[in-house]
Design a protein around this ligand. Sequence first.
Ligand code: ZN
Length: 235
Amino acid sequence: MIKVTIYNEYLHERASERVAKVYPHGIHEALKENLTDEDISVKTVTLDNVEDITDELLADTDVFMWWGHKAHEKVPDEIAVRVQQACLAGMGMIFLHSGHHSKPFKLLMGTPCNLSWREDGDREYLWVCDPSHPIVQGIGNYIKLEHEETYGEPFMIPEPDKLIFIGNYEGGEAFRSGCCYRRGYGKIFYFQPGHETFPTFYHPDVIRVLKNAIRWAVSDYRGVLECPHIKKIEE
Ligand code: ZN
C-alpha cells in the first residue's frame, strides 16, 4: 500500500461560495476521494492542524502532496524544513498548482519559483513531452482543460530533470506544466493545473496523472541525512 498524505491549506473553500460549490468539502477531500485506490491510501492535513506534520507522520508517508496558495507564510519554517528533509531522505513529493510558492517547494528548488499569471479561465492544452514516461501512461497526446488559471513563462525554477508537460493557453502563453526533479533520495513532481475555482481535480486524466505520479514518486528507500567521518577499509 502506498501511503499518501495531502496538505491543503483549506481557506478558499471556506471563504468563497464560488470555490465551495466546486469543492464543498475542500480540495483535499476531493483529492482523497479520487486518488484512493487498491494500492493508494490517503491521509489529509490542513492549515488548521498543520502541526500534525510531524517527523512521525512524514516517516509514515511514502508520497506527500501539497496544495497551498494564500497562506504559504503561515506554515511554520520548521515544518517546511521537516518536509524538505523527509524528501531529501527519500519521501516522494507532488506539488500542485500554486504550491510553486510554498515554503517546501522553494526550499527544494533553491530559486524564487516566480511565474507570470492571469486568472480569466482560459482553455488549456497540456501537451505530453515524453509519451514513454510513467507519469503519462494512459494519457493521449494531450489533456484539454476547459478552464484553468493561466501560468506563463518565465518560471524561475531550476532546469527540470525531465519535462513532462508543456501547458498552452487560449491567450497564447506557454508554461512548463509538469516537471520532475530528484533532490537527495527523493523524487519530486510539480504539476501546474488545479486552480481552486475550476473542477480540475475531478478530470479523469488529471487524476490519472496524479495516480501515476504517486506510483512514480514512491520509494522503499529512506536514507539518513548525515555526513559521517569514516575509517579506511584496507590498511
Ligand atoms: Zn490559482
